[in-house]
Design a protein around this ligand. Structure first.
Ligand code: BG6
Length: 484
């Protein structure tokens, strides 16, 4: 595989929340990798900003520890680390007060790309956006990066959009959904729109149904207080699963260009039918001898928040009329597995004897682990014994097909941050998209609240509540297995 690193322009990247968990786990290790790959020009600089007391030297130690903890050992090269740390500085600052802002102004240059990463809670977005302006720090083309959760319903998302719009134009706002930065998610677009093979079949006439699964083995330990206010619907479905659904279902955009892609995604979100009560299953994991229950992890005695959700979704448009999309996501599931499965219809008429077996093609796109795709095709079982049909996978695990470098593709954050510097918004959510996603999610959540719906308990490291299996069984279908 040929890896081509295209250097970006000189930049100043300010990370608000520069000592926070996301910065430590994802943003800073990701930036180190981009430095190591030679993507940053000499005068690219990274400025951590946070409330806590710290100086530049202290920040470098913090960042070095983060890199050592979250970058694989073999990539922690002392020379690269030294070069990377030399790019760093730190400003102590009060996001909602006055302290530190003139220091930040003195550090941030006006003649390079300016990017401000809001790696802080949404309640601080407005205060930071405003101060970047009143202190004359952000130039007219400055970019801001905002993290999820982008609101907790349509009204709050709208309010956040309005707040940011007071100081920044839409083309300056980069709303991150890190799923869009995953290698295989982009591959989904390459597969659909770079090949002639699939697109003619990619519709209700040939596709029986589509499954999108994002299963995790982790629980909510350590972040229970955030999670208990969100649940799987707000934490995963409204954003990550919705984005996967959009990219799978959307019409071909005329160009791989920000607004062309986002317009098509938005049309899908707006074409989603409301979900019938019987078409959703919510679950909450129990504890076992080895792991705590959801309630223990969330440190609460009682909670009706779901850690699992499965649902059947319909898209009301010509392409998908009659082809359901089944979505499922959960914590403490049997395995960590994210994949999109396109199940094609059976051939309309079998020329073979009834007992030869009957099957349908299945394309699965694996986001993680072992990124890759496989396509189940039906062949004759080799050997004697008459005409017997079996399904075999045409498997393409990227690491096998393209070498180790494929397995070592940049993490989602690395790619997305470089896209910010390049000024490319294709893989970021537009304000109207986020609001539309909430507009579809809100009534579902409101319905649960009105009915006092309680999630069904499920065993840890299982496939979720029994009812989730029934959701497909009653339609004569089956979920793809979640592998351990
Ligand atoms: C985050 C959610 O956005 O995505 C987490 O808040 C979840 O709850 C995480 O665990 C999953 O991301 P990934 O990249 O590990 O699949």
């Amino acid at each position: 595989m040929v890896s081509r690193v295209i250097p970006v322009d000189p930049f100043d990247l300010v990370i608000f929340g520069g000592t926070g968990d996301l910065a430590r786990r994802k943003i800073l290790p990701g930036l180190y990798r981009r430095h190591q790959d030679g993507q940053m020009p000499d005068d690219a600089r990274i400025i951590g900003a946070a409330r806590g007391e710290m100086d530049a030297e202290g920040y470098r130690v913090f960042v070095e520890n983060a890199v050592r903890e979250f970058v694989p050992k073999k990539k922690c090269d002392p020379k690269d680390l030294k070069g990377f740390l030399a790019r760093l500085s730190f400003v102590q600052l009060d996001a909602t007060g006055t302290q530190g802002w003139s220091d930040l102004k003195a550090v941030v240059r006006q003649d390079v790309v300016q990017a401000f990463y809001f790696s802080v809670g949404p309640s601080l977005f407005g205060a930071i956006a405003e101060r970047l302006h009143t202190h004359g720090i952000a130039g007219p083309e400055a970019r801001i990066v905002v993290e999820k959760p982008f609101g907790h319903d349509q009204a709050s998302a709208q309010a956040l959009n309005d707040t940011l719009a007071q100081h920044f134009a839409e083309h300056q706002i980069y709303r991150i959904d890190h799923y869009l930065g995953k290698e295989t998610v982009q591959n989904l677009m390459a597969l659909r729109f770079g090949n002639m093979l699939f697109e003619p079949l990619w519709n209700a006439q040939y596709v029986d149904h589509i499954q999108i699964t994002v299963a995790e083995t982790v629980g909510v330990e350590g972040r229970g207080s955030y999670y208990d206010r969100s649940g799987a619907m707000r934490d995963m479905v409204q954003n990550h699963l919705m984005q996967l659904l959009c990219l799978t279902a959307m019409e071909p955009p005329s160009k791989f260009e920000p607004n062309a892609v986002r317009d098509e995604k938005l049309k899908i979100i707006r074409a989603l039918d409301p979900v019938a009560t019987d078409d959703i299953v919510r679950g909450q994991y129990r504890g076992s001898n080895t792991v705590a229950s959801y309630l223990e992890d969330a440190e609460t005695d009682a909670s009706t928040t779901e850690s699992f959700v499965a649902m059947k979704v319909h898209i009301s448009n010509w392409r998908w009329n009659g082809t359901p999309f089944y979505l499922r996501t959960g914590k403490r599931m049997r395995g960590r597995m994210s994949e999109i499965v396109v199940r094609f219809k059976e051939p309309p008429h079998s020329i073979f004897e009834e007992d030869t077996g009957q099957s349908a093609n299945e394309l699965s796109i694996r986001l993680q682990p072992n990124e890759g795709m496989d396509l189940k095709v039906t062949i004759k079982e080799p050997g004697l014994g008459g005409m017997r049909l079996i399904d075999v996978p045409l498997d393409m695990t990227f690491a096998d097909a393209l070498g180790e470098e494929a397995a070592d593709a940049p993490d989602a954050y690395e790619r997305l941050i470089m896209d910010v510097i390049r000024g490319n918004q294709t893989l970021f959510m537009r304000g109207d998209e986020v609001e539309a996603a909430w507009a579809w999610t809100d009534p579902i959540i409101a319905g649960w609240e009105d009915r006092g719906d309680r999630p069904k308990p499920y065993d840890p490291f299982s496939t979720g509540p029994e009812e989730a299996l029934m959701l497909l069984h009653k339609d004569g279908r089956r979920w793809r297995e979640i592998r351990e």
